[in-house]
Write a protein that binds this ligand. Structure first.
Ligand code: HEM
Length: 347
């Protein structure tokens, strides 16, 4: 928030997707390695952007004979990014092992400590597991916030209703706290509606372990079965006016996004459902609440809500195709931020 305010104070627009990506990369790597990616941060960040922005679907996946030809050159690109990731990760693991032999101790364990204590993981397994969580936890959450903000900017009446809820429940004398989230019904509805209309993992590929029947179709064992989560949330047989962003459809509705209601499955369902779902729901709702409550957010001069587009860029997760540059300034009295330990410049 401090960075955004600094830029806003200087009347500079920030790339909203960029700042959200950095925030969630930092949250995820702090959970994994305690101090973010530490000294490796620059390299790490660049490498992760390369890995996570790589294309997800390769024609070669469906025609394996084409693999050695790598017609698009994308396999080579992905392999290079993966090699760089493994190199950076090797040095992070080495540093941690050195710290351990030097008996440097910290009060709190991070995910890497826990994994290293489970001696049955190989180095490669450690690297794959950490990669899975960094990719799973970063762009998914940051892109969800970017889509929520996109829809709020496109619908000033919805933004206003959310802001009023936040002002009524929190007031203007303090920032939102995690404990407030359960009282913010409309905020929860905005997050659910964002996940319905913009599920970040569009397709969830699975494999049948045994022969089964689904909706009258025979599915042999070992068949690739891909769920189209995007189409499920926009099904006109289930959702009235499915393309309309309307959070109120989730108010007083028993339908939730946690995998029990097949009308909307942004995190998948069952045993392979997203393991980060609860963390994601809290961190996305909390970040969005802070942004809408504590920040004044404006589009570049001359643009109105009608100019905000929803063009998508498909990758491992689906983000905006076009940049969303915003001017972010303080919305609350400056001592509110100071009390919360935020560095704010200007009055
Ligand atoms: C709004 C944010 C998020 C969304 C929409 C999302 C969505 C999904 C989806 C659709 C899947 C595939 C489920 C399936 O195959 O049926 C998945 C898997 C996964 N997610 Fe998330 N996710 C989010 C945040 C997170 C976070 C914060 C983490 C971890 C910190 C995470 C870690 C993972 C992992 C490790 C998998 C793979 C699980 C497996 O292969 O069994 N995700 N996520």
């Amino acid at each position: 928030m401090s960075t955004a305010f600094e830029e806003g104070h200087a009347n500079r627009y920030i790339s909203f997707a960029g700042i959200m990506h950095e925030l969630f990369m930092s949250i995820t790597t702090r959970m994994m390695f305690r101090r973010g990616a530490g000294a490796h941060n620059q390299d790490f960040h660049k490498t992760m952007i390369e890995v996570s922005s790589s294309d997800f679907f390769f024609i070669e996946e469906f025609f394996p004979l084409l693999k050695p030809l790598d017609l698009s050159g994308r396999i080579k690109k992905l392999k290079l990014a993966a090699e760089k990731y493994y190199e950076v990760m090797e040095s992070i693991i080495d540093d941690r092992l050195k710290e351990k032999t030097n008996s440097k101790s910290y009060n709190e364990e991070d995910f890497l400590d826990v994994l290293l204590a489970m001696s049955d993981f190989t180095r490669d397994q450690l690297k794959y597991l950490l990669l899975d969580i960094i990719i799973g936890g970063t762009d998914t959450s940051s892109n969800t916030i970017v889509w929520a903000m996109t829809e709020l900017l496109r619908h000033p009446n919805i933004m206003e209703r959310l802001q009023s809820e936040l002002d009524d429940v929190i007031g203007k004398e303090r920032l939102v706290e995690e404990a407030d989230l359960q009282k913010l019904e409309y905020l929860q509805a905005v997050v659910k509606e964002t996940l319905r209309l913009h599920p970040i993992g569009v397709l969830a590929p699975h494999c049948s372990m045994e022969a089964t029947k689904v909706a009258g179709y025979d599915i042999p064992a070992n068949t690739r079965v891909t769920l189209n989560l995007y189409a499920i949330g926009r099904d006109p047989k289930v959702w009235e006016n499915p393309l309309k962003f309307d959070p109120s459809r989730f108010l007083n509705s028993p339908i939730d996004v946690k995998g029990q209601h097949y009308e909307v499955l942004p995190f998948g369902s069952g045993r392979r459902r997203c393991p980060g779902m609860n963390l994601a729901l809290v961190s996305v709702s909390y970040t969005l609440a802070q942004l809408v409550h504590a920040c004044s957010i404006s589009l570049p001069e001359g643009l109105t809500h009608l100019d905000v587009d929803v063009e998508e860029k498909f990758g491992i997760s689906v983000g905006r195709r076009n940049p969303l540059n915003l001017l972010i300034t303080r919305r609350l009295p400056s001592d509110v931020y100071r009390k919360a330990g935020l560095n704010v410049i200007g009055q």
